[in-house]
Design a protein around this ligand. Structure first.
Ligand code: AVI
Length: 329
């Protein structure tokens, strides 16, 4: 975007590069190597995720968009706020466009870790909605966030689509929901997309698409580490693996070393045995009741839930539960 429109504001609270280096070195030093899925989203990773949302096997995005199109006005009514709308992890902009049309807030605040992707997507929304103030925040929303002062005065509702909540372990997910609850004002609600438990064969297909886009997305993490941390991962020596772990109710993604090898990162050296995995993502799946229980543990009560006819995906509307004698906060 050469000339950002006057209604577009960008707040850069992006984590420092040193955080990425420290997290990668800590993750590869564990007995079971693992990295946070938030590191997938460099510019290329965000483009690859967009491509995943278009492969035929990946049902969540199109199903969630269908729910928003069908029930948008009712969802907007339950959200009950036309002041400020946050969006956490602003992914496909089709979803927010549907919701903005139904809700018509005064301010839209997308929060995302992927700098260039956020700037481009939020800038396009600002251009197309000249009446809307767009305050984009580039930040890691999995960490506590201090809002720019100008935004604190507004009535606030939130939108957390895509089942990104499923990429957090249950305790982290509860803590994140608590922090989102704290961002809402007493009348404000949260609309959150949640992927449902289903036939494992459908899950397997969704994370092992035939075109290999998910595999490329997974492997791009190594490309990013090579580029940004001066590392020497041999991409041809790792393969994508994704499967449903029924006991834990989650799809797991891994990068598995084909042969024994050593990798160097910024002066550190890590060995991989043949067949050893680097665990890159969990994607938890929920029943409606399981998610409502998680939300309740975060102090959020259900005020609505919608799901498609095939019970693939759900959208929940949640509101800070009333404290005895309190005002809903
Ligand atoms: C962003 N997140 C909800 C996606 C998911 O389904 O867990 C990321 C993804 N990983 C592989 N495919 C899509």
């Amino acid at each position: 975007m050469n000339n950002p429109p006057a209604n577009f504001h960008f707040h850069d609270l992006q984590p420092a590069a040193a955080d990425f280096r420290a997290d990668v070195i800590a993750g590869l030093s564990r007995a079971r190597k693992s990295l946070s899925p938030k590191f997938f989203y460099d510019n290329r990773g965000s483009q690859l995720f967009d491509a995943i949302t278009r492969v035929p096997e990946y049902y969540p995005t199109r199903t969630e968009i269908g729910l928003l199109q069908r029930h948008g006005p009712e969802m907007a009514e339950r959200l009950g706020n036309d002041g400020l709308l946050f969006e956490l992890g602003s992914g496909s902009d089709i979803k927010i466009r549907v919701l903005l049309n139904a809700l018509r807030p005064r301010i839209y605040t997308p929060i995302d870790i992927s700098h260039a992707h956020l700037r481009q997507a939020a800038g396009a929304i600002a251009e197309d909605h000249p009446q809307l103030e767009v305050h984009a925040i580039c930040a890691d929303y999995s960490r506590p966030l201090d809002l720019p002062a100008a935004l604190k005065r507004e009535q606030r509702a939130a939108f957390f689509p895509g089942s990104s909540i499923g990429n957090f372990d249950p305790v982290q997910a509860r803590d994140l929901l608590r922090r989102i609850a704290a961002l809402l004002d007493p009348g404000g609600s949260l609309l959150v997309g949640v992927d449902l438990k289903k036939d494992p064969a459908l899950l397997h297909a969704a994370y092992n698409d035939r075109a290999g886009v998910t595999a490329e997305f997974n492997l791009n993490l190594l490309t990013r580490i090579n580029r940004e941390l001066d590392a020497d991962f041999d991409l041809a020596a790792f393969r994508h693996q994704a499967f449903y772990n029924e006991t834990l109710g989650r799809v797991e993604m891994h990068l598995v070393a084909a042969t024994a090898q050593r990798v160097h990162i910024n002066g550190h050296s890590f060995s991989f045995q043949a067949g050893e995995s680097l665990h890159t993502e969990n994607s938890y799946k929920f029943s409606v009741e399981e998610f409502q229980t998680l939300a309740a543990a975060a102090g959020l009560a259900s005020v609505g839930v919608w799901q498609d006819d095939d019970a693939l995906f759900s959208i929940h509307c949640l509101r800070p539960a009333q404290r005895p004698g309190g005002h809903g906060k």
